[in-house]
Design a protein around this ligand. Structure first.
Ligand code: MG
Length: 282
């Protein structure tokens, strides 16, 4: 009887000591021992920018918490995510300059800005490289002109690489210059245009090109959603999008790592609202 009691006390004491040992382990120690235990079972580890982590490792850094934005309607622009830089909220052009610097003649009213003929393009005061860009636009509801003369503008990443804006709703033009084309280079996967006068959106994931001297060592890439529809799927841009003449393509030309975002004046009163950007590293 006494022997059984002593045995029970010994077992309980052993369990207690084991518990204490576990409690005393630092998170790192727990991680290391877990890694060791799992190594024998052949578990794989992840080599990441923040270190070497176990799959499902509680010590792995969690991402920042943000408040997501809200969707726009035709009547009302949505809100930007909490970590975005708002470039235009419908009230003023304080974050923008004319193409040559100085104030722009583009007008702001009723919650949108509008391109003014011959006023030139406008640029952000801030410079950006790789980014996520949200922008909403409306081509004129009163239809004038045809082909490239109808609702033409453009979103120029780094003031250089154009995602075309055009009224391509029942308006024939060359496909590599229609709405959502990477101008002169890449035709969008589909024509997702709304009728003229309707608010439309681009959501653009852009990775800037990288240069080594005169040579491009990493080409720019575009993923673009037009009105929520995928129109460019991680497309690598093979060169520039600039206009030289009717059938001549432009090549990459070295530039800085960050440059302003530019919106084009192409003689048509295209409107813009709800523009925000989120930068990320290359
Ligand atoms: Mg254009």
């Amino acid at each position: 009887m006494m022997r059984t009691v002593l045995l029970n006390i010994a077992v309980c004491w052993s369990i207690f000591l084991t518990g204490c040992a576990t409690l005393e382990k630092t998170p790192q120690a727990i991680k290391d021992s877990t890694m060791q235990e799992n190594t024998t079972r052949g578990t794989r580890y992840l080599e990441t920018e923040t270190g070497r982590w176990l799959v499902h490792d509680m010590n792995r850094p969690a991402p920042p918490v943000i408040t997501p934005g809200t969707e726009s309607t035709q009547e009302q622009p949505g809100k930007a995510p909490s970590d975005a830089i708002v470039l235009f909220d419908g009230t003023d052009l304080s974050g923008w300059t004319s193409e040559r610097g100085g104030p722009t003649k583009w007008i702001v009213r009723d919650g949108f800005m509008e391109a003014v003929r011959r006023a030139g393009s406008i640029k952000t005061k801030q410079f950006f490289g790789s980014c996520q860009l949200h922008i909403e636009f409306a081509t004129p509801s009163r239809i004038t002109g045809k082909s490239q003369g109808r609702g033409n503008s453009g979103v120029f990443l780094m003031s250089t690489y154009e995602v075309q804006i055009l009224d391509s709703y029942e308006n024939l033009t060359y496909p590599d210059g229609q709405c959502a084309a990477l101008y002169g280079r890449v035709v969008p996967l589909v024509n997702a245009c709304r009728e003229p006068g309707q608010w439309q959106s681009y959501d653009i994931i852009f990775h800037r090109p990288v240069f080594d001297g005169d040579k491009v060592v990493k080409k720019a890439t575009f993923t673009v959603f037009h009105n929520g529809v995928l129109v460019h799927d991680n497309v690598e841009l093979q060169g520039g999008t600039g206009w030289i003449d009717e059938h001549t393509i432009s090549n990459y030309s070295p530039h800085k790592d960050k440059l302003p975002l530019m919106l084009q004046d192409h003689d048509n009163p295209v409107r813009f609202r709800n523009i925000w950007i989120r930068e990320f590293s290359d």
